[in-house]
Design a protein around this ligand. Structure first.
Ligand code: NDP
Length: 273
C-alpha cells in the first residue's frame, strides 16, 4: 500500500473505496467487506451518501482494527450553513460507530465554510478528527481559509480524471502541501471515458483495463484515488494498480486527453440552496 502524509503525521492510503450512490444496506456493507478483503484500508463516505451506518457496520464486523482503517466523511451544506459542525460530526460518528474520523471534509464550499472550518479545528484538538480538509474548493476559497484561520486544509477532494486534469488546482494544492484526492477518477461511469482509445491502447501494453490505467495515472500524479464499485471483481481490479508503472510518454498521452469535462458542477456554479 502506498501512503501520502497529511499534516506531517497522518498516513492516508493512496487508494480508497468510494461509496457515493451506493444504496443503503447490504450493497454498501458488501462493497466495504470485499474492499477490506482485497487490501483497501480507506473508505470515502459522506453524510449526503446516507450510508455511513453501513460503512461503520462493515468495518466493525471485519477482522481489522479500527486504527488500521482510514475513514473519510464529509459535512453537508445544511450543517455548514447553520454552523452545526459539532452536532453533524457527532451524528456521523454515531452512524459510523466510531469515536473519531481520520479525515473530515467540508463537502462543498457553502456559506458558513470559514466558521465551519474553525469549528473543525477545535474538534480536531478534541481528537474527534485526525485531519481536516475540504472538497470542491477553488484556489480562492482555499486562500480565504488560510487568511481567516491561518490554517490550510490537509486535503482538497476534487473531480479529476483524464478528461478533467484540473491542473491549476492540483498544482496550487501540491505546491502548498495540500494532498489532492481525485473523485470520479474513472469518470463516474456516466460517460465514455473508459472506452477511450488511448486508455485502451495503453491498457493493452500493460495487460490492464482502461479503469486501471485511469487510476494509475491518478496515482502517478501523487493524488489519492477513491474508485467506487459495488461489484467484487471490479473492487479487486481497481486495487491492482501498484504492480506496474506508466512511462512519461504514456502519462503525457493521457494528460493530452483533457477537455475540461466536468461530470459534476463547477463549485462556483453549484446552487447551494
Ligand atoms: P468513479 O469514477 O469511481 O466511477 C464509478 C462508476 O464506474 C460506477 O458506475 C461503477 O459501476 C463503474 N466502475 C467501477 N469500477 C469499474 C471498472 N473496473 N470497470 C468499469 N467500470 C467500473 O465515480 P464516483 O462518482 O463514484 O467517484 C468515486 C468516489 O468519489 C465516490 O464514490 C465518492 O466517494 C467520491 N465523490 C466525491 C464527490 C465530492 O463532491 N466530494 C463527488 C463525487 C464522488 P459499478 O458500481 O456498477 O461497478
Amino acid at each position: 500500500m502506498n501512503y501520502l502524509v497529511l499534516d506531517g503525521n497522518v498516513r492516508m492510503p493512496q487508494i480508497g473505496l468510494g461509496v457515493f450512490r451506493n444504496p443503503k444496506g447490504k450493497d454498501t456493507q458488501n462493497a466495504v467487506k470485499w474492499a477490506l478483503e482485497a487490501g483497501y484500508r480507506h473508505i470515502d463516505t459522506a453524510k449526503a451518501y446516507k450510508n455511513e451506518y453501513d460503512v461503520g457496520l462493515a468495518i466493525k464486523e471485519s477482522p481489522f482494527k479500527r486504527k488500521d482503517i482510514f475513514i473519510t466523511t464529509k459535512i453537508y451544506n445544511e450543517d455548514v450553513r447553520s454552523l452545526r459542525t459539532e452536532a453533524a460530526l457527532k451524528r456521523s460518528l454515531e452512524l459510523l460507530q466510531t469515536d473519531y474520523v481520520d479525515l473530515y471534509l467540508i463537502h462543498w464550499p457553502a456559506e458558513g465554510r470559514v466558521e465551519t472550518f474553525k469549528n473543525m479545528i477545535k474538534l480536531r484538538e478534541e481528537n474527534k478528527i485526525r485531519a481536516i480538509g475540504v472538497s470542491n474548493f477553488t484556489i480562492a476559497q482555499i486562500k480565504e481559509l488560510k487568511e481567516k484561520t491561518s490554517i490550510l486544509p490537509a486535503v482538497n477532494q476534487i473531480e479529476i480524471h483524464p478528461y478533467l486534469t484540473n491542473n491549476d488546482v492540483v498544482s496550487f494544492c501540491q505546491d502548498n502541501g495540500i494532498v489532492v484526492t481525485a473523485y470520479k477518477p474513472m469518470g463516474g461511469g456516466d460517460g465514455d471515458l473508459l472506452q477511450n482509445k488511448v486508455l485502451n491502447e495503453i491498457g493493452k501494453t500493460h495487460h490492464k483495463s482502461s479503469a486501471q490505467i485511469a487510476l494509475r495515472w491518478g496515482i502517478q500524479r501523487n493524488c489519492i484515488v477513491i474508485p467506487k464499485s459495488t461489484h467484487k471483481n471490479r473492487i479487486i481490479e481497481n486495487f491492482n494498480i501498484f504492480d506496474f508503472e506508466l512511462t512519461t510518454e504514456e502519462v503525457q498521452r493521457i494528460n493530452n486527453l483533457n477537455k475540461n469535462l466536468r461530470y459534476l458542477s463547477h463549485p462556483d456554479e453549484f446552487p447551494f440552496d
